[in-house]
Design a protein around this ligand. Structure first.
Ligand code: SAM
Length: 264
């Protein structure tokens, strides 16, 4: 199937933004997840240079700018970027938003960001090694990389034949690679990439990004997004199976990250 993710997100964007009405009060990590105001993974962002990958409608970057950060965002979708630029203008927030692929960060100078952040986007990136090498290059030594993804266990319960979630495991956790599916409500064909938690740790390590924490927050079923995500999430599944994972990593800048080998 020929899948054009740029065109797909251009098509989805207007409905997505109208449906979810994402807040600019604090950066978020995805549906049912505690926000950055609750998790505090980034520390104080005032004066920090932050790059957001797959920034979508720009709400997280606008939230960072409102807190005094020097924020920039990149997204594959022209429509998402157009929305983000309008939002920043309405909010009086100075954010440099650019259309582009998160795997192609050459436009940004080396060591030009203190933090790279991404919410709920990197499972769409095919050239993930190239993306992570770019993250490592644009971060200052010791810089922070924090990102959330669809939890790979959630994907085990994705029934590709039926194109829907199921409470019966439908694919192997170890069946890596592309997953093709259709956006809900007759939307475009989409492609995301299944990688295990161990794969992510290895990919980060290979890029010189040392994992410090892996968070698997229990979904908060009473959050407002219960309503706007109702057609994409079965609440019983959300109660039973992890939906999102968040990684916190530090740039060790090309030096090999030290891995403890003493498991006693
Ligand atoms: C689920 S949305 C999340 C957007 C935003 N981070 C948020 O939380 O609202 C995923 C975003 O990833 C973007 N995206 C998909 N593939 C991408 C790629 N290769 N490079 C950059 N952005 C990408 C899409 O255009 C979309 O805006």
């Amino acid at each position: 199937m020929a899948i054009d993710m740029r065109a797909a997100w251009n098509r989805i964007s207007p409905g997505y933004q109208a449906q979810h009405q994402i807040s600019v009060d604090a950066a978020h990590y995805g549906p049912f997840m505690p926000s950055e105001a609750e998790l505090r993974l980034l520390g104080h962002v005032a004066g920090r240079r932050i790059l957001e990958l797959g920034c979508g409608g720009g709400q997280c970057s606008v939230a960072f700018a409102r807190q005094g950060a020097l924020a920039a965002g990149i997204d594959l979708s022209d429509e998402q970027i157009a929305f983000a630029r309008r939002l920043a203008e309405e909010q009086g927030a100075a954010v440099a938003f650019e259309q582009g692929d998160a795997a192609e960060l050459d436009r940004f100078a080396a060591a030009s960001f203190d933090i790279v952040f991404s919410a709920y986007a990197l499972h769409y990136v095919l050239a993930i090694e190239q993306c992570l090498a770019g993250v490592s290059r644009v971060l200052v030594p010791g810089g922070l990389f924090v990102f959330s993804l669809d939890h790979p266990m959630r994907e085990v319960f994705w029934d590709e034949e039926a194109d829907e979630n199921s409470l019966i495991a439908a694919r192997s956790y170890w069946q890596r690679g592309a997953m093709e599916w259709q956006w809900s409500g007759g939307g475009p064909a989409m492609r995301s990439f299944h990688r295990t938690i161990g794969d992510w740790v290895d990919l980060l390590h290979a890029a010189g990004l040392q994992v410090q924490r892996i968070l698997e927050p229990e979904p908060q079923l009473d959050r407002a997004e219960r309503i706007s995500w109702a057609d994409s999430y079965d609440l019983e599944m959300v109660r039973l199976i992890p939906q999102m994972v968040i990684f916190v990593a530090r740039n060790v800048n090309g030096r090999r990250a030290t891995v403890a080998t003493d498991y006693r």
